[in-house]
Write a protein that binds this ligand. Structure first.
Ligand SMILES: *Cc1c(COP(=O)(O)O)cnc(C)c1O
Length: 417
């Protein structure tokens, strides 16, 4: 994994050049047929002096539409924004090939609104693949995921009318129980499910736990059923590959067919930046032929979307370079490690994946008031909390960590007495 760091000046130059290659609604060329324009000028006036030094804000004000998928070879969708769409294409190549080790030009993708959309986009593609290639009926398609998975899974299954198959995890290690996998798939098969869309988590939201993608892949291979694995790395996609150099979540692993990686979680980009990546040859299963007015058709759930979002992801990755981002993520992991060591000394039980910055602490060690004071999130708000989690994000200061640990130690001491 390697890409070079750029300076702010270099980034500015590339983004402004790309904006210059887009057709400008204020430019010489007549634009009469497009139902889009620049942002309303009463508030977003284009001659605000700061914009000259602010490539992302400038892109927002110019408002390019990145509708469609730009890694496909057919004629670029809405050519008028070709300049900034090239940046999105470069972003997809960078993440797919450098971070997730894909072959050059081996993947398609786009900047979705978030992890929810990217996960549902994957399910939609595989559902249609099973229908088109195998004549599957809806009742024969199952969505397999662990009980620790994000709620976008049941949401997607509901929208797409496919069956939920929910696997139990070990209450301590948060690993998918092989016994549950065997039992649930046997039951599903006897109920007529023949095709499996399988989710492997590269960091669950609550625990930061990581599913064993090879165990899942081997299991379904041995069952002799048709399946595809989608990786939900909405949370972990921009930390785990940097902290674990032997990650199995790469496109070199034949089991990984597609992946979600949110910009707006660990990468600190604005909301509306959920990256979706998939091996070439699949996105065509959701081509909307009826998208008559879009040259090149549409393949996404979202339709129109902001080009500025794609630019923001590209900018963050480029300003750090691969080495800079790795350093930043390793530093977060070091901070997390320090908290874990202190918890151990205090005899407090927790769960943590060593490559992530999430610590789930057993709820019995602290009062609800203490959890509330530091905005720790509970695993359930319907039932009694069993876990509270700490997420060591970049805004978390050592002083805050210290005072939390002191408060916790105080509670534990008064309990003993
Ligand atoms: C946040 C998250 C999602 C959903 O992402 P949104 O961007 O909020 O739609 C999906 N999966 C996991 C593991 C997440 O952490």
């Amino acid at each position: 994994m390697y890409w070079k760091k750029l300076s702010h000046e270099q980034i500015k130059e590339i983004v402004f050049k790309a904006l210059g290659e887009n057709l400008d609604y204020r430019g010489e060329r007549p634009i009469l047929g497009i139902p889009g324009t620049y942002l309303d000028t009463s508030e977003f006036y284009p001659d605000a002096p700061f914009l000259q030094d602010a490539p992302y804000m400038s892109a927002m004000v110019r408002n390019p539409n990145h509708i469609g998928v730009h890694t496909l070879s057919d004629k670029s969708v809405l050519e008028v924004f070709e300049g900034t769409q090239k940046i999105e294409r470069e972003l997809i190549h960078l993440v797919a090939e450098e971070i997730f080790n894909g072959e050059p030009n081996g993947q398609d993708g786009y900047v979705a609104t978030g992890g929810t959309e990217a996960n549902i986009q994957a399910m939609w593609i595989y559902r249609n693949y099973f229908i088109k290639e195998h004549g599957a009926r809806l009742g024969e398609i199952g969505l397999v995921y662990s009980e620790d998975s994000h709620y976008s899974m049941p949401k997607g299954a509901n929208i797409l009318n496919i069956q939920n198959i929910i696997l139990e995890v070990d209450s301590e290690t948060r690993e998918i129980l092989k016994s549950s996998l065997e039992e649930k798939i046997k039951e599903a098969r006897s109920n007529g499910v023949k095709y499996f869309i399988v989710i492997a988590n590269l960091s669950t939201t609550m625990f930061g736990s990581v599913d064993d993608i090879d165990m899942l892949g081997d299991f379904f291979s041995n069952q002799n059923v048709d399946f595809r694995i989608h990786v939900d790395a909405a949370y972990g996609g921009f930390i785990y590959p940097f902290t674990n150099t032997t990650s199995r979540f790469t496109f070199q692993n034949p089991y990984m067919n597609s992946i979600t990686a949110d910009g707006h979680k660990m990468l600190q980009t604005p909301y509306g930046t959920g990256l979706f990546l998939i091996r070439k040859g699949y996105i065509e299963y959701v081509k909307t032929e009826e998208a008559q007015y879009i040259p090149g058709k549409d393949y996404t759930i979202s339709g129109s979307r902001s080009g500025a979002n794609a630019i923001s992801m590209w900018m963050i990755l480029k300003i750090h370079g691969s080495e800079g981002w790795k350093y930043k993520m390793e530093t977060l992991c070091d901070k997390t490690e320090r908290i874990c060591k202190k918890l151990e000394k205090m005899g407090v039980e927790y769960f943590r994946n060593p490559y992530n910055n999430i610590i789930a602490i057993k709820a019995k060690y602290m009062s609800a008031e203490l959890a509330d004071k530091y905005y720790l999130v509970a695993n359930s708000y319907e039932h009694k909390a069993e876990w509270y989690k700490i997420v060591v994000m970049p805004h978390v200061k050592p002083g805050t960590i210290d005072s939390f640990l002191m408060d916790l130690a105080g509670e534990l001491k008064s309990k003993k007495n």
